[in-house]
Every structure is written in structure tokens, then in C-alpha cells.
Design a protein around this ligand. Structure first.
Ligand code: FES
Length: 81
């Protein structure tokens, strides 16, 4: 089994399984990707880049679909981005 990688999630170091998408990592941790305009927590639905419910900020880039990005060591992820 490969060594986990560490992402920085909302400023906190979090180990995740190597090869995980950002969306899968968030689901595994029970962390919502974002909030809707009415304040409801939203997370990945389709897992293939269609629904956009998994949008987060990755390394300062907003609106990234987390299901399409693989976690790598030192990656900075911010929810609600
Ligand atoms: S989970 Fe649907 S676009 Fe990412």
C-alpha cells in the first residue's frame, strides 16, 4: 500500500490516501466541499466533473472541481472556494 500524502486542508495538515481525488479525500474525512447560497453543506455527487458540487480552492485557484484533481503532498485545499 502506498504511503499517504499530506494535504493542507483549511490550514490544517491532513494525511490522505495516495491517489485519492480531493473530493474523495473530503468525503472520507466527512468535510463538505462548500455551502450553497442558502447555507446547506454540499459535497461531491457525480464524481466525474459534471455536477460541480465538489468545487474547492486548490493552491489558490478557486472553483476547482475536486473530483478531477488528485491529492499530492503539500497541496493546499480550501473548502467553500
Ligand atoms: S463530484 Fe460532480 S463535478 Fe465533482
Amino acid at each position: 500500500m502506498p504511503e499517504p500524502v499530506t494535504i493542507i486542508l483549511n490550514g490544517e495538515r491532513r494525511p490522505v490516501a495516495a491517489g485519492s481525488s480531493v473530493a474523495a479525500a473530503l468525503l472520507t474525512m466527512g468535510v463538505a466541499a462548500r455551502r450553497s447560497v442558502s447555507g446547506e453543506e454540499r459535497s461531491a455527487v457525480c464524481g466525474m466533473g459534471i455536477c460541480e458540487e465538489c468545487r474547492v480552492m486548490v493552491d489558490g485557484r478557486a472553483g476547482v472541481r475536486g473530483c478531477l484533481v488528485t491529492c499530492r503532498d503539500g497541496m493546499e485545499v480550501r473548502t467553500n472556494g
